[in-house]
Design a protein around this ligand. Structure first.
Ligand SMILES: Cc1cc2nc3c(=O)[nH]c(=O)nc-3n(C[C@H](O)[C@H](O)[C@H](O)COP(=O)(O)O)c2cc1C
Length: 218
């Protein structure tokens, strides 16, 4: 028996029309501290993305309830987060490294985004860039964990990434980032995110179409 029956290999190879609107970027950050460097890094990334032609929304997680299954699913902050995720074509996740991992708040935000709401998949096939800030020396624990999380959310996580060591040294008093190799890296990451988003946003349904899921629907 052939590996794929003809009807199982039912792919639509016609290219869709190219979108012309600005890429829709949702940025999440993982700290509620007043002087949060992961939030400042997220805002820096947002300014850079706007300069590159994106429409940017930054979700403020203040007031988001702890994840409790569906009990608080009607909470306005949960609804806001889910709608923003649906709206987005690309996302940036900026977390501090806490105890060698992403923060609980970062994880909580993703826990609140279901893989599917009916036929709508708020993250599937969308591009993702991951960033972390640390108090200590440079490490990659939080971004590595967020890559795993991105895979679970079926996102296209871009190869480049940002890890800022000793983040407390990297910002001016007005909250903007000092010129440094870390800032240049963030520009590189956002540029790559824009490129991947332009390339994939009109083809995400095609890219994430799965044989086993088509089969299960028949
Ligand atoms: C409880 C706790 C655990 C931390 N764990 C780490 C860690 O594992 N590695 C590290 O480099 N920094 C660690 N830090 C430092 C934070 O990453 C750093 O202060 C960061 O700026 C916090 O993020 P924020 O500024 O966005 O709030 C820790 C800080 C706290 C309070």
């Amino acid at each position: 028996m052939p590996y794929l029956e003809k009807e199982e290999f039912n792919l639509n190879l016609e290219p869709s029309l190219a979108s012309t609107h600005k890429p829709r970027l949702l940025i999440l950050f993982g700290s509620l501290r007043d002087q949060s460097y992961s939030r400042l890094a997220a805002e820096e990334a947002g300014r850079i993305l706007e300069r590159m032609g994106a429409e940017v929304r930054i979700f403020n997680p203040e007031g988001l309830p702890l994840f409790d299954g569906e009990k608080s699913a009607d909470h306005p902050k949960v609804q806001e987060l889910r709608l923003l995720s649906q709206w987005s074509e690309a996302q940036v996740w900026s977390s501090p490294e806490i105890h060698g991992n992403m923060s609980g708040l970062m994880k909580t935000q993703i826990d609140w985004i279901p893989l599917s709401i009916g036929a709508v998949r708020p993250t599937q096939g969308k591009t993702l860039a991951v960033m972390q800030v640390s108090g200590g020396s440079q490490s990659f624990n939080a971004i590595n964990s967020m890559r795993i999380l991105g895979r679970w959310m079926r996102m296209l996580t871009i190869p480049n990434q940002s890890s800022m060591a000793k983040a407390y040294q990297e910002f001016h008093d007005n909250g903007k980032m000092r010129d440094s190799a870390y800032r240049e890296r963030i520009v590189d990451v956002m540029e790559e995110l824009m490129r991947f988003t332009y390339l994939t946003r009109d083809h995400k349904d095609f890219l994430v179409d799965r044989y086993s899921e088509r089969k299960a629907m028949n």
